[in-house]
Structures are given as C-alpha cells and as structure tokens.
Design a protein around this ligand. Sequence first.
Ligand code: T3D
Length: 263
Amino acid sequence: MSQPSVLFEARQGYALVTLNRPDRLNSFNPEMHERLREALAEAKRRDEIRAVLLTGAGRGFCAGQDLNDRVVTAGAEPPDLGYAIGTFYNPLVRTLRKLEKPVVCAVNGVAAGAGANIALACDVVLAARSASFIQAFSRIGLMPDSGGTYFLPRLVGTARAMGLALLGEKVPAEEAERLGLIWKCVDDAKLMDEAGTIATALAAGPTKAFGAIKEALYASPHNTLDAQLNFERDVQRELGRTDDYREGVSAFVEKRAPKFRGK
Ligand code: T3D
C-alpha cells in the first residue's frame, strides 16, 4: 500500500504535519494538497492542538509543484496554472496565515518554488544548516507565486527580492537567516528538537494572544499608524478579558510559572 502523502501526528499540544513524497522532494500534486488541507483543518478544529509544526520527509522540504504533472507535448492544450493556484496554492497560503494558532516550519532540506514560499508563509521558520531556499520559478518560465511576490519584498526589501526572483539562485539556510528571510538556521541534527521545543512552548502559551499577534503583524504593512493603534486598543481590550490574561497576571504576582489554557 502506498504511503500517505501527508502525515499527521498529535504531539504535546501541537500537530506535527509532514509532507511525505520524499522521492519527489515532497513536491505537490492534487492529492498532497488535499491531505495537507485536511491536516490543517484538523489542527484548527481540535482545541487541544494549539500550534502546528510543518516539515518534510527525506532530504527535501518541498520542491513546489510536481512538474511531472505539467509536461505539455507540442500542440496540446497548456495546463491552466491559474486554476491550480486559485484552487490549491492560494487557499493553502491563506490557511497558514489566518490560522489562529502559531505555525512553526522546520525546513529540513531544499525548499524550491512554491515550497519556498509556503515555508515563508509560516510564522516561525527554522532551517537546517544544509537546507536552502530557491525561487525556482524563473528557471521554468514562471514568476514567484504562493505569496512570493508579497513575502519577499516585505522580508528582505525590493532589491534583494528582485535578485532572488530574477536569478533563482540557491540561498543557503545561513544566508537566509542573515537576510531576514527566516527566524533561525540550526545544525541539521538539532532541527527537529529545536523546532519541537518551540512548537511545544507555543502550544503551552496564550493561544488567543498568539492569534492576535499574527493578525496584527500581518495587517501592519498595509495599515497606517493610526489604524494599527486602534487595532491594538480593540484587540487588547478583548485579550484583557481572557482567562489567560488573568492567569498571566496572577502568575506574575504570585511569582510562579503561568498555566495558559488558550482561553
Ligand atoms: O503548476 C502550477 O500549479 C503553478 C504553480 C507552480 C508552483 C511551483 O512551485 S513552480 C516551481 C516548481 N519547482 C521547481 O521548478 C523545482 C524543480 N526542482 C529542482 O529544481 C531541483 O530538484 C531542486 C533544486 C529542488 C533540488 O535539486 P537536487 O539536485 O537536490 O535534486 P534532484 O536530483 O533535482 O531531485 C531529486 C528527485 O526529485 C528527482 O527525481 P529522480 O531523478 O531521483 O527520479 C527529481 O526529478 C525530483 N523532483 C525534484 N523537484 C521536483 C521533482 N519531481 C517533480 N517535480 C518537482 N518539482
């Protein structure tokens, strides 16, 4: 029997979600999109799951679209890439960004094309020292998708985004950290431990505050200072009414560690 293309495992408060087509460097076909969609929906639905850790099986993280599904013989109708992007990639990026739980990405190997940008759509991105990021699109006559033209200039500025997108060069994990593309580069042997520690800590944190932080920081580039100040006032008002805020303040005053329940 063939292996599932996405593995889902509930761990200490978080869901470990593993892209699992290692022979194709975990590149996407419709089936893997579908399984990933289900995994993220399950992580969203289950209250006891308060963070997600996304990674890849084998030596790659994800090589973007499976290009075997895109071979066009001369004279044949070309594939409708807009359909694929609208149906699969865009909803995936939106789900990662809008999930009201933190998403950690452990980039275990090469992240190319949409695979790179799906990693960048996650909230805390760690990469193994041997991993790399490639905006591979221009190599096959495309432009970055899956949010690449949005994330790259915001993360590294237009000049670097332009170089990355036009040249499609391999960016090693250390360089990705230096450029500010990702949170951290770690030794290969420590990647899953470090990512798991972060996911566990986030899963034990104030989930509603984390959801608010995501919403605020991702809205920030489009907002004026006034709009952002108003957003902070309104959302802080709501957070001030949560059990986790009450617990956080009590724990501080009582000089003990807080026990957040995500409520
Ligand atoms: O189409 C739409 O729906 C629109 C949306 C598009 C989004 C996109 O992601 S477009 C970009 C697609 N991705 C690429 O162009 C990357 C293609 N892959 C590569 O350039 C290289 O494989 C890597 C730089 C990622 C890694 O290179 P390397 O030398 O470490 O590995 P390799 O030998 O090239 O690949 C290993 C195997 O994985 C190999 O299979 P084999 O020969 O062992 O049987 C290779 O064919 C396969 N593989 C790698 N990437 C893909 C792939 N198979 C299908 N699709 C892939 N994207």
